[in-house]
Design a protein around this ligand. Sequence first.
Ligand code: GDP
Length: 338
Amino acid sequence: MKKFKPKKRLKPEEYIDGVLKGNRVILSRAITIIESNLESDKKLAKEIIQAVLPRSGNSIRIGITGVPGVGKSTFIEAFGKNLVGKGHKVAILSIDPSSQRSKGSILGDKTRMEELANLEGAYIRPSASGDTLGGVANKTGETMLLCEAAGYDVVLIETVGVGQSETAVHGLTDFFLLLMLSGAGDELQGIKKGIMEMADMIVINKADGDNVKKSELAKLQYQNALHIFPQSESGWVPVVSTASSTKNIGIDHVWDKITDYKKLVLENGYFVKNRNYQQIQWMYNNINEELKRLFYASEDIKGHLRVFEKEIVSSKISPVKAAQLLIKEFKNSILKSE
Ligand code: GDP
């Protein structure tokens, strides 16, 4: 086996200065630190995040999802190019849940969004999703903060709309965009109801050529489908539109709607309220995950779990009682170690 040798690291202030100056090479290296699982890197990552935190937050954070093949990368390329053309700096973070184990990423494929990737105003980074949902939120979330501190005023977070990472991305973003195809029936089922419920906007992509009529029909069907959901706390009524990413039709309309949304939620206070809620929730999610990890990693607990499992199936103890005893055992083991 090849011996793992960590790459040379810069000094903390070199990462911090580089990120704040918008240096893309340093930004990439800082993101690598965020993604690293080495203890020394974790410490460094905390220092970098802490330092750039006051300069983060100045972007509109947009989640984009849809099943593979719906045209996410084609859409993002067109959308991103339009935005860069308007003078925006756009960061694109792609989460590919299927790459969790293999570490190889289809989203990281270099041919994706090639034209956009070559623009000075765009920064594309496949985001390591880690092993848990909390990993997605932490790593992608902190990567987003770094991008904002580096001056990106639009952050797009892309996920494949089949996994669970959508919920994590929804918890990180201000606006959630769902890409769909015409030929509704099937797609309505293919995409989970929960994902549709999170959408602030549904875009029926590939509305070109023979598909235009079908797309208009799908638009009506999705508009009806959205009516069954209760009104969102943001006060925003989700919109449905059609677009052709290959022909750059209807793409600017998406930005117009996002701008309308931002205006509304800035005025009614939801923008800040939601951001605050997300930040606080981020902390609680970390507490929950860490407690869970500590519990299952505890040697005292490990020894008892199997025994209790057997006792539960032979009706010697109730599941509730077993859980209570295990938690008690865990508390004692913490007290012992102090
Ligand atoms: P992703 O898997 O969701 O990222 O989808 P891609 O962006 O890779 O697109 C899948 C296929 O659909 C590609 O062959 C694209 O060229 C095609 N495609 C994407 N957007 C459009 C569109 O608006 N119109 C048409 N006709 N084809 C599109």
